[in-house]
Design a protein. Structure first.
Length: 313
């Protein structure tokens, strides 16, 4: 059953979540999973920084009052079919509008500070449905997973976002439709540091750029070059550690008044000759001879191979 977002309902939410009874003192408001069908009566909550409207039955964002301090808006799992009225929250930093009924991204450019957009599990399918993203100049994290995007032309849209750092496209047909998908995205978006399920490290970017310039041969050459550089760094670090250890031993030998050298002074007293085992006591030798000469009583004979081994010992 749908519920109305009334002033009394909001005050009751504040009481349940141990928030302030004076609306203007709250910087967050939890209106998630309340069955609200419309946004209303939020005019007094002027200092909100985070508004949670997840899991309701909202069909639009109409009703949002001017909330200049609002940074995070969570409206996932609703029935929203169109993005509208974000002019009221123009300082928004994060918008989660996943699991809705969107067929097009629009109305976002008024939020000049929008850095994170999560729009997974919607019905975005055409290139036209995401072209508006090119106008979101502050966007750094974009999550479009599990939509219906299939046009490789989306790369041309995404590379117009000047500071895009994290991109998630898994669950869209376009991932299979772009040959060498990961390399193409990395070389097309120089600012990218995370793509789908793993980071974009500097070495991967160098390899992808080499592939773009010269194909597989250039990629192999770059991989070999990076491997050689890594081995050289390891050798240099190893040699540096050895030199540090030797320097410490030289200083210690000097403090102890020992001859100069690069070895541990604690090992000076150890001989380089073969280790000589001490002589065994006569009692042990005599006992071993008696054991070798031992003859078992009738019926208690030990196997021949055991007797032979014992006597040889």
């Amino acid at each position: 059953m749908c519920a109305c977002m009334t002033r009394e309902a909001l005050l009751d939410i504040c009481k349940q979540n141990q928030l302030y009874r004076t609306p203007s003192l709250n910087d967050k408001l939890y209106c998630n999973f309340k069955g609200f069908s419309h946004i209303a009566c939020l005019e007094e909550y002027v200092n909100l920084k985070a508004l949670f409207l997840e899991g309701n039955v909202l069909e639009s964002l109409d009703g949002l009052p001017p909330l200049k301090e609002l940074k995070c808006l969570y409206v996932q799992q609703n029935c929203i079919w169109k993005i509208s009225n974000l002019e009221a929250v123009e300082n928004l930093d994060t918008l989660n509008i996943s699991n809705n009924q969107l067929t097009r991204l629009e109305g976002l450019s008024c939020c000049k500070s929008l850095r994170t957009l999560i729009a997974t599990h919607n019905h975005l399918s055409t290139l036209d449905s995401v072209e508006h993203l090119a106008e979101c100049n502050a966007l750094q994290t974009l999550d479009l997973q599990n939509n219906e995007l299939s046009d490789p032309g989306i790369v041309d849209v995404l590379k117009q976002i000047p500071d895009l750092r994290c991109l998630y496209l898994k669950g869209n047909p376009v991932v299979s439709n772009i040959k060498n998908y990961r390399k193409v995205l990395i070389t097309s978006i120089p600012t990218l540091t995370y793509l789908d399920d793993r980071p974009v490290f500097e070495n991967e970017r160098k390899i992808a750029e080499a592939w773009l310039e010269g194909g597989l041969d250039a990629e192999r050459a770059m991989r070999n070059k990076l491997k050689e550089e890594e081995d050289a760094r390891h050798r240099k670090n190893h040699e540096y550690m050895l030199e540090m250890r030797a320097q410490g031993w030289r200083e210690r030998r000097k403090r102890l008044g020992l001859p100069e050298g690069d070895t541990d002074p604690a090992l000076d007293d150890l001989s380089d000759s073969e280790y000589e085992f001490p002589e065994e006591p006569p009692e042990l030798l005599e006992a071993r001879q008696r054991l070798a000469a031992y003859t078992a009583r009738p019926g208690e004979e030990e196997p021949a191979e055991v007797a032979s081994t014992r006597q040889s010992l």
